[in-house]
Design a protein around this ligand. Structure first.
Ligand code: ADP
Ligand code: MG
Length: 253
């Protein structure tokens, strides 16, 4: 097995406040890793570092064997890091099929890829993606008519269409119904068969559905790591989670 991502002694300071503090992390290619932790633990900053949005104050991030220091966000994205943000960013006037076509042809211009004749291979890819994200029946309606959950799946599909080597997914089930949450877990489980994925999530029910290896962040550093049972029965994790009531977390969010 080879490491796709390795983070060593990473510290990120914002005006002296350490959002990440001497953090060490690594994952193998092909892993689905879930990252949990209370609000303010540094989860989003952790993703910002991998995508190059934020630069480390100290430490190194190595992706596919290459140190990402000084690479631009754009260069890192082209090098194979794909990120799904919390709010879907799909073209609402276009259909799911068209949105996916655009993502498959990122380097070409918008009109060119909409009107260009597709190869049969490309058509299969898009149909395959529509099947994976469960939107075959809604492939040709405006994306603006999709539910919040369906838009999330479409955006995940658009990300996959760009064939990233590592998929970063930040809180994919925030605001979704229980049924949509369950379907999102199924989608990520099916993508995990052929992708390396980091999922950040708050919703413990959901985490239980997808969890293999779980990393718990707290105060900018790794508190513990292991399978769901190990992590959930760790007294330090229980302390950190019980120390934050749901109400406090909602206010902080
Ligand atoms: P999480 O996603 O786990 O809730 P974040 O990574 O968003 O945590 O934030 C970690 C800590 O760093 C928080 O205390 C937050 O207020 C702080 N922080 C994040 N970004 C900035 C920034 N740009 N400037 C100052 N402080 C920040
Ligand atoms: Mg966050």
């Amino acid at each position: 097995m080879s490491k796709i991502l390795e983070i060593e002694n990473l510290t990120v300071s914002f005006d002296g406040f350490k959002a990440l503090n001497n953090l060490n992390f690594s994952m193998e290619a092909g892993e689905l890793r879930t990252i949990i932790g209370p609000n303010g633990a540094g989860k989003t900053t952790f993703l910002d570092i991998i995508t190059g949005k934020v630069q480390p104050t100290e430490g190194t991030v190595t992706f596919k064997g290459r140190n990402l220091a000084k690479m631009s966000e754009h260069a890192i994205a082209r090098f194979g890091v794909g990120r799904k943000f919390q709010t879907p960013r799909v073209y609402l006037n276009l259909t799911p099929r068209e949105n996916l076509e655009l993502s498959c042809n990122r380097s070409k211009n918008v009109l060119g890829s909409l009107f260009r004749k597709q190869s049969s291979g490309e058509r299969r890819t898009i149909v395959g993606l529509l099947e994976t994200i469960g939107l075959v029946a809604k492939a040709d309606i405006a994306a603006g008519l999709l539910s919040h959950g369906e838009k999330q799946w479409l955006e995940i599909g658009m990300l996959v269409a760009q064939s990233p080597d590592l998929l970063l997914v930040d809180e994919p089930v925030a605001g979704l119904t229980d049924e949509e949450t369950f379907q999102t877990a199924e989608l990520l489980n099916s993508l995990a068969q052929s992708h390396s994925i980091i999922v950040i999530e708050h919703d413990m029910e959901f985490v239980r559905e997808i969890a293999r290896q779980v990393t718990v962040l707290h105060q900018g550093t790794v508190l513990c790591e292991g399978d769901m049972d190990t992590v959930q029965s760790d007294p330090r994790v229980i302390e950190v989670y019980l120390g934050h009531s749901e109400d406090e977390e909602d206010e902080a969010a």
